[in-house]
Design a protein around this ligand. Structure first.
Ligand code: SF4
Length: 226
């Protein structure tokens, strides 16, 4: 797909403008809501809510994060909860038992090795249980303002359908997108594409008839549309 019909020196601005217009102004991804819920950015909340968000709907993620942080909002206090209580607080998030165990272990490590402060490097973040590149990138971006593209399944799918990338894994998509998308969009583009993936370019039968890219999108891998 051509990135835009505009003559702007930054064609991606037109692309992302069309995406955000298609999503609507009312959309905010769950982890972005968590990030905005405290006066000062709290990387710990962003890390924990990102773990809760994996394979979980936005509303469930936000409510589960809210319950957990109302009970304990630092690694030291959360680390004193037993995993059964964390399970109860984050339920019905997907894989809540595994997530509760990971959250408990992360709090123990943060308290013992990092004095309760979330580290700001990808290497350190991905050493925590349950934290992959996708989660680390979201924490770097939203928690520390470090440009990083969080490529989840929505971003990977949409980038390939639109022809921005031709990749088979989210990690390949991340590297490919870093080559073509200006750094100024690396942090916000996850929220935009997740919203677009939930409301327009849905996993099954995307709403191509209501999509601003329908005339130019190669619709790679798409078999049925609405
Ligand atoms: S035209 Fe269809 S496949 Fe292409 S981005 Fe839009 S919704 Fe997705």
């Amino acid at each position: 797909m051509r990135t835009s019909k505009t003559t702007s020196s930054d064609p991606w601005s037109g692309v992302f403008h069309r995406i955000t217009a298609a999503i609507g102004e009312d959309y905010t991804a769950s982890v972005n809501r968590v990030a905005a819920s405290t006066a000062a950015t709290d990387p710990f909340r962003i890390l924990i809510s990102t773990i809760i968000s994996l394979r979980t709907r936005d509303e469930v993620t936000f409510a589960a994060s809210d319950r957990l942080f109302a009970r304990a909002d630092t690694p030291a206090t959360m680390g004193t909860l037993d995993t059964a209580e964390i399970q109860r607080l984050v339920y019905p998030a997907g894989f809540y038992r595994n997530k509760a165990r990971q959250i408990s272990e992360i709090c123990t490590i943060l308290t013992a090795r990092y004095a309760g402060v979330v580290p700001a490097t990808r290497e350190e973040l991905t050493a925590f249980p349950g934290v992959g590149r996708k989660t680390a990138n979201l924490v770097l971006g939203l928690g520390f303002g470090v440009p990083a593209i969080c490529v989840d399944i929505h971003v990977h799918r949409i980038a390939n359908r639109l022809g921005w990338t031709s990749t088979t894994t989210p990690e390949q998509s991340e590297y490919a997108l870093m080559e073509i998308v200006p750094r100024m969009y690396w942090i916000p583009m996850n929220q935009w594409l997740v919203g677009f993936g939930q409301r327009v370019c849905t996993p099954r039968s995307p709403r191509c008839s209501a999509c601003p890219f329908t005339a130019e999108c190669p619709k790679r891998g798409v078999t049925t549309t609405r």
